[in-house]
Design a protein around this ligand. Structure first.
Ligand SMILES: Cc1cc2nc3c(=O)[nH]c(=O)nc-3n(C[C@H](O)[C@H](O)[C@H](O)COP(=O)(O)OP(=O)(O)OC[C@H]3O[C@@H](n4cnc5c(N)ncnc54)[C@H](O)[C@@H]3O)c2cc1C
Ligand code: FES
Ligand code: FES
Length: 464
């Protein structure tokens, strides 16, 4: 089978492209579309931004350096070359960049143009926050961001919507050496996992994609979860919201906003919009990094991981899921199917705080997540989890024990913070020292107290 896509309006069928080729290399080297630039090759700079759209779905900006060519199967792709009208008049986004003097050397400009083009297609209300969020994944080293933001404001509501044709998708693609499987059901996914135990499971590829973009390593065999219907949906009942493991951050946000707004705010700080359009909660969990941002939140919220293997489904409490540094309780023949997040009761307060050097597009030094109920001024229940403090994201059990039954006061928050030294002996690395991590984790308890008792006091960085 082949990879079929619509590239800048032209239907294309590819039969001999390596499944390990990045979309960026494909565009630049195979298609000669050099407007899409390579800056960092790891999802950080946005120079390689393109817009993708599947079926009647929405247009989304993504980093082409992190994607593999077969991920485009069935999609419509727009690069900066595809934006101009047939008479070669500039697209309104490009014209706005010119009119507002929003480019100097121009290296970053195609990436900004594509991020803004996708933004104009989202239907987002145009606010300083949404404009900033839309371009937070794009770096410019010379122009300064004000003219780029002005360009965004001047064009944001002017662009026509584009609906691509629906395209058939392939379930298997090979160049003869490497295989790319794209199963469409959970049973097929599990069967392929058993048949090919060394294959890489690919969700969004924002972690795995580094293998092609940075390490330049072939994949051999890939099993994509993108078209497995059962794990791409979100279900809700009175008790819980169940996120399929392949649900992207962007798709999860509305449900997270409803059940745990602080979790949603933290997710909005994961990478950039380009990363959140591809990256999945399941990928974050299975990557099992000690600094994966969603993990402390899921631990504090007492989520349940739903695994599936040849013997069917099994539930794994989140407390038992992260077994060692980057290791999980998933069996070799299992995949993560879904994540069940209990809906917090009305008296439960949930907060998540991410500490990183930059607000946007940065990996955490420490993440603290807190789920607490207070009855008559006394802490009645609490689950606290941290990332960045140990080899795995983990609960702060000594701190929880010190807090339960205590009056919820600033004095208590300061005192129980000391118990964190029983829970964690964090590492020093280039992100933060052991001392910094320990202090900041303690301070987050005070922040939690401020946040839950003095709502007028701002505790987040805010755009003014
Ligand atoms: C520029 C950039 C910024 C980033 N910023 C952040 C950040 O701020 N915070 C953060 O936490 N992370 C960040 N990340 C990391 C990454 O985006 C997240 O970890 C993301 O959630 C990974 O999801 P994915 O779908 O892309 O996973 P993939 O890369 O597709 O997969 C990740 C791992 O999970 C496995 N896997 C995926 N799905 C399943 C499944 N269903 N069953 C079994 N195994 C599976 C894969 O085999 C692989 O080992 C960043 C990455 C980049 C490139
Ligand atoms: S080249 Fe920098 S994000 Fe892709
Ligand atoms: S205009 Fe030079 S990097 Fe942005």
């Amino acid at each position: 089978m082949s990879v079929r896509l619509q590239l800048n309006g032209v239907l294309i069928e590819e039969n001999d492209v390596s499944p390990s080729m990045t979309v960026l290399d494909y565009l630049r080297e195979s298609k000669g579309l050099k407007g899409t630039k390579e800056g960092c090759a790891e999802g950080d700079c946005g120079a390689c931004t393109i817009a993708i759209q599947s079926g009647l779905g929405k247009v989304e900006a993504v980093n082409s350096c992190l994607m593999l060519v077969p991920q485009l199967d069935g999609m419509s792709v727009v690069t900066v070359e595809g934006l101009s009208a047939p008479d070669e008049a500039m697209h309104p986004v490009q014209q706005a960049i010119v009119d507002k003097h929003a480019a100097q050397c121009g290296f970053c400009t195609p990436g900004f143009v594509m991020a803004l083009y996708a933004y104009t297609q989202t239907g987002d209300v145009v606010t300083p926050e949404s404009v900033h969020e839309a371009i937070a994944g794009n770096l410019c080293r010379c122009t300064g961001y004000r003219p780029i933001v002005e360009a965004a404001f001047s064009v944001a509501s002017r662009v026509d919507k584009f609906i691509p044709p629906a395209m058939e998708q392939s379930e298997y693609y090979t160049d003869g050496d490497e295989d790319y499987f794209a199963p469409t059901s959970i049973d097929q996914l599990v069967a392929l996992r058993s048949e090919h135990p060394d294959a890489h499971i690919l969700a969004g590829g924002t972690d795995l994609g580094m293998r092609a973009s940075k390490d330049r390593q072939p994949y051999g065999q890939v099993i994509s979860t993108a078209h497995v219907g059962e794990i791409n949906r979100i279900e809700r009942d009175d008790e819980a919201v169940t996120f399929g493991a392949a649900v992207t951050y962007t798709s999860a946000l509305p449900a997270l906003d409803e059940i745990a707004p602080s979790f949603a705010q933290l997710v909005r700080r994961i990478g950039s919009r380009q990363i959140r359009n591809l990256g999945t909660i399941g990928g974050n969990i299975c990557n099992a990094s000690p600094i994966g941002d969603t993990l402390p939140c899921l631990i504090a919220l007492n989520a349940v991981m739903i695994a599936r293997g040849p013997n069917g489904q099994r539930e794994i409490p989140v407390d038992d899921f992260f077994t060692d540094y980057r290791k999980t309780a998933l069996g070799v023949d299992e995949v993560l199917e879904a994540i069940c997040v209990p809906i917090p009761s009305s008296d439960l307060v949930f907060r998540a705080y991410k500490i990183s050097k930059r607000f946007d597009q940065d990996i955490s030094a420490v993440v603290g997540a807190f789920a607490i109920t207070v009855e008559d001024g006394v802490v009645a229940s609490v689950r606290i989890a941290f990332g960045g403090m140990a080899a795995t994201p983990a609960r702060a059990l000594a701190c929880e024990a010190a807090l339960i039954g205590q009056p919820w006061s600033l004095g208590t928050a300061i005192a129980v913070g000391l118990a964190l030294t029983e829970d964690f002996t964090p590492l020093t690395d280039f992100r933060a020292s052991q001392d910094y991590r320990t202090r900041v984790a303690r301070n987050l308890l005070q922040r939690l107290h401020l946040d839950t008792t003095q709502e007028a006091v701002p505790v987040e960085v805010m755009a003014l």
